[in-house]
Design a protein around this ligand. Structure first.
Ligand code: UGY
Ligand code: MN
Length: 243
C-alpha cells in the first residue's frame, strides 16, 4: 500500500496516528547495539518523548538525565540500579527518576516501549524513587464499573509522580463510556487486537503495533472490534496543576 504513497498514518494539529509502515529507525545517543523509533517528541509539541527501542542481544539503552519509564514488549533484558540487577521479560517495566544512573542491557533481542519526561517537582513533596515490576503483579481494575474494560496502573498514583502509565484491556465490543476531552496529553501504543479510535473529528481503524499521540484536549474515544481483546499502553501527564 505504501508503495503507492498511501498509509493509515495521519498527522493533525491535535493528534498523530503513526502506523508501522511509516516508522523510521535511527541511532539515539548513548544507545549501543540497537535503534530507536521515535514516535513523539517535543519537536511535535508534546511534553514528553516516547520511542520504541529495538535492541540486539547485548544491546544497551544508555543513560539519560530526564525521568525514564520503559515496558518490555518482547525479548528479555537486565537492568542494574544501585548495583542491584533485575531480570526483565515481556510485561516487565521500570521507572527511573531524573538523574538516576542505571544500565539496561538486552539479554536476548528485545523491544522496549520507552517514555521520557523532564520532572516537574512539587514543593514540599519528596522525589520519586526507582522501581521495577511486572504487569502480572498488578490488579486489573474495572474502569467505571465496566468489567469488560480493565486498567492496570504501573506508576503509583502518588503526588511525587508527574505522569502515569497504564495498560487498558477491552473485551471485544467494549468501549470508553464517553468521548473524553481533557487537559492531559497521551502517548498510546496498541499492544494487542484493534478497534476504532476517534481522535478529534476523525475515526481511525487501529491495530496492534500502531502508535497514537493525543494533544491536550484532543477529543478521544475507543471501541474494540474483532474476536480478541484490544490492549494498549497509555501515558498521561498527571498530578500537576494546569497553571
Ligand atoms: O486515562 C485516560 O485518560 C484514558 N481513559 N484515555 C484513553 O483511553 N484515551
Ligand atoms: Mn484519556
Amino acid at each position: 500500500m505504501h508503495k503507492l504513497g498511501e498509509t493509515r498514518s495521519k498527522l493533525r494539529q491535535d493528534h498523530l496516528l503513526q502506523t508501522p509502515d511509516t516508522f523510521v529507525r535511527a541511532a539515539l545517543p548513548g544507545m549501543q547495539g540497537g535503534v530507536g523509533i521515535v514516535h513523539i517528541a517535543p519537536a511535535a509539541g508534546a511534553g514528553f518523548a516516547q520511542y520504541t527501542a529495538e535492541l540486539e542481544a547485548g544491546g544497551q539503552l544508555g543513560n539519560i538525565t530526564a525521568q525514564r519509564f520503559f515496558y518490555v514488549l518482547t525479548g528479555a533484558a537486565e537492568i542494574v540500579i544501585d548495583s542491584v540487577t533485575y531480570s526483565l521479560r515481556a510485561g516487565s517495566f521500570a521507572y527511573l527518576p531524573q538523574g538516576q544512573a542505571h544500565d539496561v542491557t538486552a539479554s536476548e533481542a528485545a523491544r522496549l516501549a520507552v517514555i521520557e519526561k523532564t520532572y516537574v517537582p512539587l514543593e514540599g513533596v519528596e522525589s520519586p524513587k526507582a522501581f521495577v515490576g511486572h504487569e502480572s503483579e498488578l490488579t486489573a481494575m474495572a474502569l467505571g464499573g465496566d468489567e469488560d474494560l480493565r486498567v492496570r496502573v504501573m506508576i503509583p498514583d502518588a503526588p511525587w509522580h508527574d505522569f502515569a502509565v497504564n495498560t487498558m484491556t477491552y473485551q471485544p465490543g467494549a468501549a470508553l463510556s464517553m468521548v473524553e476531552i481533557h487537559v492531559m496529553e497521551h502517548g498510546l501504543l496498541m499492544l494487542e487486537g484493534g478497534g476504532i479510535y476517534r481522535l478529534g473529528d476523525d475515526w481511525y481503524p487501529v491495530t496492534a503495533g500502531d502508535f497514537i499521540w493525543m494533544a491536550p484536549y484532543c477529543p478521544q474515544w475507543f471501541g474494540a472490534l474483532g474476536k480478541v481483546p484490544a490492549k494498549y499502553l497509555i501515558y498521561k501527564d498527571w498530578n500537576r496543576h494546569p497553571l
